[in-house]
Design a protein around this ligand. Structure first.
Ligand code: 9MR
Length: 743
């Protein structure tokens, strides 16, 4: 066998065309038939791609010079044989094409890396790339515009090509064609070995937590008659080595496209090593080490670091950058009159924008926890912005609510976001980012989420700060009046004159947000009328949750509405309380059934994709499980929450710890860090694997075509997988508080 099939990929069938053991060094050609036209990754909207016989034409449709780069990516998703090989294509350039950057035409990129010329038999490069001042290597246009065949190296060990991308150079009348795009290969017997991949938690296992290790097998094909049924592993701990017989899996996990075994232990405290044997030719043994603790110190540190992270993204006078973003005192009303002060609050994420929908969501998770399980949050937080005598978590959330309240206009409507027209450069320090902030238009989702957060905030603050509580209550009432006067969806545009003005957080359905607002208002007022108004929606909202498998994130807030009502359970009608409880229980239950079935112990179908911020989605489920166990007493859901935890600390195919700590993420997409404004604080959680929407992420070339669970890269440019954000930070911190409190 000369292809390694142990890591089975979706398109393995394609290479099976070449089945018989060919003589070494026989030349084969693999045409690359890409299904879709290349994507204009930087959305420059100037060049047009067109499919032509045998390839692709890319040409300028605009007037005059296009003295700019554009970035194009073709998804090829093709398995390749092991052995020497190259990407080959023919380039022609139209006679009218006038290059503006010397004779530069395009910079070729294979799987996210700048490609190098293939070497001929005698070791000479097939083509010379011209190196630009910034170090980028370009294919150039010959003086006589003759056709060229370009061959680029694909490393011998790469058994797949996912993307072919290129950056175009400036030109007047850009016009080129790429044809006969193929891989030329000289397949060889693949005698490499692949190590087994046992993964577990870099945090270790706090006392009382289930101890799990997942082994991703090499050299083993589930279902093949030649495959063994069991493997012998050795666990070495304080009492010496012990033999463990493991039944091998009978199917592949779709999420990792590999054969995996889940191992659960119940070990005494100590340091352990698990040794995993090779299975047949092509696989090599491997070991994994882990610690079982006799205390909660590691877990408590994790919790404290998670909460401490909020300080580092607090803007305004009480945060770490009091002299930054002074323009926030006078944010301009977009296409309107005047300015407003929108200082303070948390930066949304790795960017310096502030978004009402997500801002309210993150605050609401904290407030709902405070209303349903305040004991859990009774712990210190450092560093802390705006330290007072109240419980620390209230200081954390009040910093955000004091900003949020400024997002409301005089008529009660809430501006969707406050952002700069262009994304600030990634290496810009907070105080260097002086661009004007615009208060973008009002939306009904922002207004409803705002109303909910303000009502819950008022309720939480009543015992501590009556004036603020009244201010928030009035703001909620005004927002609700606006919602009554505007019964239809009001939404911002995704772009204005081609400018993004930050992230969208757009939504085509505000019925869940309106329900959340009513439920939170009822939780604050506790009057028969307000309770009746919220309860009237219960059946519909349950049906929606059911139909969407309890979809819960910044854009779907029905479950938060249920938690708001749960906080006044004794005042609901009997039927209302029963509905709320059964909805919350059913979400916990369904996620737990999924986790039990999942080979990676995740609360999702194995075939389901990973959304942007998947770690946030998972941490939100962890939070829900723990809070349900806390209020209802059913410990199996606390166990589900504990079982999930190691995923975030490396029990995933990448062995990646997703937290910014010594074992984890080092290069998050986070402007104050990338710009050197602070050393990376511990405790942030990165967005995580993203197999659904890589929207222009410049690192996507390096991860496209990987199995979903591997679609993450610890790179500062990877905003779609490696950004920090307040929504997932809130879920992560609260989940951590519960995990500590539950012991
Ligand atoms: O978390 C958001 C995710 O659900 C969306 O798919 C994505 C693209 O619209 O945006 C994410 O939110 C980003 C926001 O738009 C801007 N600030 C950074 C946020 C986290 O990446």
């Amino acid at each position: 066998m000369f292809f390694n099939f142990t890591r089975v990929h979706g398109l393995a069938a394609v290479v099976m065309l070449i089945t018989a053991p060919a003589l070494a060094q026989e030349r084969v050609e693999i045409p690359l038939d890409f299904a879709d036209l290349p994507a204009d990754l930087w959305s420059k909207d100037r060049l047009t791609p067109e499919r032509i016989e045998g390839g692709l034409r890319l040409y300028d449709v605009g007037e005059g010079a296009f003295n700019d780069a554009s970035f194009w990516q073709i998804t090829v998703a093709q398995d390749l044989p092991y052995g020497r090989k190259m990407l080959s294509f023919d380039v022609t350039v139209a006679p009218d094409h006038q290059p503006l950057w010397g004779t530069h035409l395009l910079q070729p990129i294979i799987d996210g890396q700048e490609a190098s010329p293939a070497l001929g038999e005698d070791g000479t490069p097939s083509v010379t790339l011209s190196i630009a001042e910034d170090g980028k290597g370009f294919i150039t246009i010959p003086q006589d515009y003759s056709d060229q065949t370009i061959t680029l190296d694909i490393p011998k060990s790469e058994t797949r090509i996912s993307t072919f991308a290129f950056m175009t150079a400036g030109a007047i009348g850009y016009d080129m064609t790429l044809t006969d795009i193929k891989v030329v290969a000289w397949p060889e017997d693949d005698t490499r070995t692949f190590a087994q991949n046992p993964v577990t938690s870099s945090l270790g296992f706090p006392t009382g937590h289930p101890q799990s290790i997942i082994v991703e097998w090499s050299g083993f094909e589930p279902g093949s008659p030649d495959s063994p049924d069991t493997a012998d592993l050795t666990l070495t701990g304080p009492d010496g080595p012990e033999n463990i017989v493991v039944a091998l899996p009978r199917r592949l996990s779709a999420a990792s496209e590999s054969a995996v075994s889940r191992l659960m232990f119940d070990l005494e405290p100590g340091d352990y090593t698990l040794a995993v044997p090779a299975l047949g030719a092509g696989s090599a043994p491997a070991e994994v080490a882990f610690t079982v603790w006799d205390d909660l110190a590691a877990l408590t540190q994790m919790r404290d670091e998670a909460w401490g992270a909020f300080y580092w993204i607090t803007s305004g006078p009480i945060g770490p950058f009091p002299d930054a973003h002074l323009q926030d005192t006078a944010a301009r009303v977009f296409r309107g009159e005047g300015t407003r002060d929108i200082t303070g609050g948390w930066y949304d994420a790795g960017d310096y924008g502030k978004y009402s929908v997500n801002g309210a969501w993150a605050a609401a998770l904290m407030l709902l926890t405070g209303l349903n399980a305040s004991e859990t949050l009774d712990h210190g937080i450092t560093p802390l912005a705006g330290d007072t005598d109240r419980p620390d978590w209230i200081d954390v959330v009040v910093a955000q609510l004091d900003w949020l309240v400024k997002m409301q206009g005089p008529d009660g409507g809430v501006n969707h976001k406050v952002t700069t027209r262009d994304w600030p450069r990634l290496d810009i320090r907070p105080e260097e980012d002086t661009a004007v902030k615009f208060l973008m238009p009002v939306s009904s989702t922002a207004t409803a989420d705002f109303a909910a957060a303000m009502a819950l905030g008022a309720k939480v603050l009543q015992p501590y700060d009556a004036d603020r509580a009244t201010q928030f209550e009035n703001a909620a009432a005004l927002a609700l009046a606006w919602l009554d006067a505007n019964p239809d969806l009001v939404m911002i545009e995704p772009t204005y004159d081609g400018y993004q003005y930050g992230g969208p957080y757009t939504d085509d359905d505000d019925s869940d947000e309106r329900f959340f607002a009513l439920a939170a208002w009822a939780a604050l007022q506790q009057s028969p009328e307000t309770i009746a108004a919220a309860e009237a929606e219960l059946q519909t909202r349950r049906d929606v949750l059911n139909a969407s498998d309890n979809d819960t994130y910044w854009g779907k807030v029905d479950l938060l509405g249920m938690w708001a009502l749960k906080s006044i359970e004794s005042q609901l009608t009997e039927d209302g309380a029963a509905q709320v409880n059964s909805t919350l229980r059913s979400a916990a239950h369904k996620w737990s059934v999924l986790q039990q079935r999942s080979q990676w112990l995740l609360p999702m179908e194995d075939t389901q994709g990973f959304p942007w911020g998947s770690n946030g989605a998972l941490a939100t489920i962890g939070w829900h499980w723990m809070m349900w166990a806390h209020v209802d007493g059913d410990q199996k859901y606390a166990d589900a929450g504990r079982t999930l935890l190691p995923y975030f600390h490396g029990r995933n195919p990448l062995g990646q710890t997703y937290v910014t700590n010594a074992a984890g993420v080092r290069n998050p997409h986070l402007r104050p860090h990338v710009s050197g404004a602070f050393d990376l604080p511990p405790g942030f959680i990165a967005g995580g694997a993203n197999s659904i929407d890589l929207a222009g992420d410049p690192t996507s070339g390096a991860i496209l075509g990987q199995p979903p669970l591997r679609m993450f890269v610890d790179h500062k440019d990877s905003y779609a997988t490696n950004e920090v954000a307040i929504n997932w930070q809130a879920a992560w911190s609260l989940y951590a508080s519960f995990l500590v409190a539950a012991e």
